[in-house]
Ligand binder design. Sequence first.
Ligand code: UN1
Length: 512
Amino acid sequence: NNFGMQEALKALGVNRSNQGTSTGSKWYKTKGAKLESYSPADGKLIGTVQASDEKAYHAVIKQASAAFEEWRLWPAPKRGEVVRQIGVALRKYKEPLGKLVSYEMGKSYQEGLGEVQEMIDICDFAVGLSRQLNGLTMHSERPNHRMYEQYHPLGIVGIISAFNFPVAVWSWNTMLAWVCGDVCVWKPSEKTPLCSIACQNIINKVFEKNNVPEGVSCIINGDAIVGQLMAGDERVPLVSATGSVRMGKAVGRTVGERLGRALLELGGNNAIIISEHANLDIAIRGALFGAVGTAGQRCTTTRRLIIHESVYEEVKERLKKAYSQLSIGNPLDANNHVGPLIDKLAVKAYSAALRKVKEEGGEILVKGGVLNGKGYESGCYVRPAIAEVRNEFEIVQHETFAPILYIMPYGTIEEAIALQNGVKQGLSSAIMTNHMQEMEKFLSHAGSDCGIANVNIGTSGAEIGGAFGGEKETGGGRESGSDAWKVYMRRQTNTINYGSTLPLAQGIKFDI
Ligand code: UN1
């Protein structure tokens, strides 16, 4: 029965039909549309989720606001202790949740498990962070004065997430937000609503045991309209949105209109530079996983290879050989490397992009194509493709969420960096080289303009310990590790006078 899927759904409390709006233990009946979740793996209906409506949305925000009043008063390490327990629960549910991610979204089971591992990792990170929400202290210019800064809880954090990481992106936001004292309202992708039900069920058990106030973890399933409600809502000081540039611009505009805070994590157009000084075994392996992993549906997916002309032919041959060995099929079957795209719309976009490549004069090196026949009944399986292109092609400038790899040669390292930077997006980048000078150049201020720049590893698979996000059209937001937590708090500078006179700053005299 499809690799134990029924048992997994049962363990996660996911039913055939589910309510999609919740403030914790309470689930709301709504008049919203029924979201149907079909698996791209086999085309079968997994279950339905009742979307939110405006009435339920407002009820959720009201409950979340009330919860914040209480939750913000919990000592941060106590909130951290709750997050620690979530990490324990996620370890327990790692297999069923990884399976559901794989079945509902289509990534390989291994990657589904990897995604849950990222959730566990961010829990661990957040637990430590709960004792390190540190501000600085400064020396005042005035005698008998002290200055310091504090980070206070912010309020409701709205989270809009994409289908490709249906559970991890939510956890990067929530686990930090929760230790920071915020409450969260999650609008999951309408393409993967069941994953959100599973997460909410896991959280609820932990929250109930710890008497966490109702409203600290909320979900509002629905389409873009629900996201826009949140973007325009002054009661939501921070909206963290992951997805397309088009969506990010709409959210950013609406949040900006009310001078709210937006954390945007949008598209990438990530390249690997393969230098003549590269270890080609590493380069090919990194490029292969980067380009075909998750069927090319990561925002960090390798979309372009910029290859030194002296190794261009060799890399081409080795890529061709590697691509011919890929097995494409049911993501729950560990023998397959590549699963399906998320839906038929994505397949259409994939086919259209390949047509466009040819129209613009590109050469197809590894022919793609839509697969049909036994095992491919869902109509969502495609062959990873490679095309030789020029960087300025319109289609190359554009992020197509599918396994299409564009390759191009370069002569000098300066040229390679210019090509790498010559797109509107700025998420992830990499160079494969053992040459110290070109590596340092790539990482210098005259090098990669991306939020992530790697050496001798690919563009995808970032660890949660670093800040994750990118520049330019990628949106500028940072999630996950390092000091990304600061965006989830409001900052306050405090000056205290412990003397018995009132000296003014800047030496101003104001005597009466
Ligand atoms: C995304 O595709 O939205 O670096 C995020 C990676 C993952 C995150 C991808 N850790 O590939």
